[in-house]
Design a protein around this ligand. Structure first.
Ligand code: FES
Length: 117
């Protein structure tokens, strides 16, 4: 069985590098190197929380739901949903801080309210 093509994804500004199989999503590549991107919808492409920008390299074509989510200016700047964009070759990806999973923010949203008596 031939080796499957591998792609290197560099996440900026953190500088983390993932080696993944071609066709892997950017979200899966991020997870492989312990980079936790916000993904409230679990990668269904509906929450818009996993926004990144592809700065260089070959990614899968932009999907319709991405065209509906991003402005033309954002698309021109490389904006993608990490859960939808797949690596077709080596990529350089910028991860904005707003797309990083923030434990404290998540706790505030999901923890049950405490009752102080
Ligand atoms: S994880 Fe929700 S849109 Fe990507």
């Amino acid at each position: 069985m031939p080796d499957e093509p591998r792609c290197q994804i560099v996440f900026q500004p953190l500088g983390r590098r993932a080696q993944v199989a071609g066709g892997s999503t950017i979200l899966d590549a991020a997870r492989a190197v312990g980079l936790r991107l916000a993904s409230d919808c679990g990668g269904e492409g509906t929450c818009g929380r996993c926004r990144v920008a592809v700065l260089g390299g070959e990614a899968s074509p932009i999907e319709e739901l991405e065209r509906n989510l991003f402005s033309g200016k954002e698309l021109a700047a490389g904006s993608r949903l990490a859960c939808r964009a797949q690596a077709l070759g080596d990529l350089t990806v910028h991860v904005p801080e707003s797309s990083l999973w923030q434990e404290q923010a998540a706790c505030r949203c999901t923890a049950p309210a405490k009752s102080w008596r």
